[in-house]
Design a protein around this ligand. Structure first.
Ligand code: IPM
Ligand code: MN
Length: 361
């Protein structure tokens, strides 16, 4: 941020992305006023509509523009008229890769008043964080077809793991676990070392080596399939999980539903290096069916805005938003869908803004 005001690039995107982004921006405006910090937002019309209009995904000079920002806020990507993979690869994954956002940080916290499908579990039981590697693995797009479209067709899709890539992610996760300082203070590696005996052996060895630098952090290991079982059975056992890109994608959908679903789950794509630009997003998709209906819960987007502030030097304002959101969910929410709560997207945003004042302490 280099002493200048907070400079945000906003990509509201497709479907209901713009609606939830508007609520996050409303909360940002309110908290900045309360806490007296300045910011500017440049809104970019990247997404499905622009692609259909002009064929452009990231327009020329787009990455250079983003590199001048303090952070990026992304609403949602995904358009019913665009074939699967084009926007995901050409926009979302492209930004993650080109900006080297090598950490995908996904907090899993059951807020008061939010329903979890796990019987008998409450907020005290579900409070952990998944650190997902975000630049390697099956996501690299390495592979190809042989004899495509014939009965002899071969398709190869390779998982790439590098020492540098897993080490920087694992080290960041250890640092994060140390700082989080929960009573468990445990970092769990989730992988599949019994089958992926090359790639995940690299992860395993790197994890063991880096662990030596963090004697105060306890370590654990789960195979990914067992993790899916334990996460449902004993979610309270987890503190921080570090995992590969593909497994992280899968287990964070499971984790997301444990915390009440995509209406509340947020994530950060972090480039923690000096000068790195990070991107924050609600985890849910663009839900085109609900576009313009004022029904989507904006809490995930508001949580993503809190994460953005936390990571751009405004941790007190982030905490204030967290408290306001918890106050709203604790008193107003019975379901993850705003419509089912009897409130609209905009009203939930208004509730959070109203709660900010009393969430000052
Ligand atoms: C996510 C999403 C993306 C991913 C898709 C949209 C490419 O599922 O952020 O988890 O697989 O990473
Ligand atoms: Mn996913």
């Amino acid at each position: 941020m280099s002493g200048r005001s907070l400079r945000i690039a906003s990509i509201p995107g497709d479907g209901t992305g713009p609606e939830v982004t508007a609520e996050a921006m409303k909360v940002l405006a309110a908290v900045s006023k309360l806490d007296g910090f300045a910011y500017e937002v440049e809104t970019l019309d990247w997404g499905g509509d622009r692609y259909l209009r002009s064929g452009e995904l990231i327009p020329e000079g787009g990455l250079e523009l983003l590199r001048t920002k303090s952070a990026i806020f992304l609403g949602a990507i995904g358009h019913p008229e665009v074939a699967p993979g084009i926007l995901e690869k050409g926009l979302l994954l492209e930004l993650r890769f080109k900006l080297d956002q090598y950490i995908n940080l996904r907090p899993v916290k059951l807020l008061p008043g939010v329903e979890t499908p796990l019987a008998g579990r409450g907020p005290a039981d579900i409070d952990f964080v998944v650190v997902r590697e975000n630049t390697e693995d099956l996501y690299c797009g390495v592979g190809g077809f042989l004899k495509k479209g014939t009965p002899d067709e071969v398709a190869v899709q390779q998982a790439i793991y590098t020492r540098k890539g897993c080490e920087r992610c694992i080290r960041w996760a250890f640092d994060f676990t140390r700082k989080r300082n929960s009573p468990k203070k445990t970092l769990t590696l989730v992988a599949k070392t019994n089958v992926l005996t090359f790639g995940h052996d690299l992860w395993w060895r790197t994890f063991q080596e880096v662990a030596k630098e963090y004697p105060d952090v306890k370590t654990d290991y789960n195979h990914v399939d067992a993790c899916c079982m334990w996460m449902v059975k004993n979610p309270d056992a987890y503190d921080v999980i570090v995992t590969t890109n593909m497994f992280g994608d899968i287990i964070t959908d499971l984790a997301g539903i444990l915390q009440g679903g995509m209406g509340v789950a947020a994530g950060g794509n972090l480039n923690p290096d000096p000068g790195g630009v990070s991107m924050f997003e609600p985890m849910g998709g663009s839900a085109p069916k609900y576009k313009g209906t004022n029904q989507i819960n904006p809490v995930a987007a508001i949580n993503a805005m809190a994460m953005l502030l936390e990571h751009t030097g405004q941790p007190a304002s982030a905490a204030k938003i967290d408290r306001a959101v918890a106050q709203v969910t604790g008193t107003k929410m019975k379901s993850q869908a705003a419509g089912k709560m009897g409130y609209g997207t905009r009203e939930i945003g208004d509730f959070v803004v109203a709660a900010l004042g009393s969430a000052s302490h």
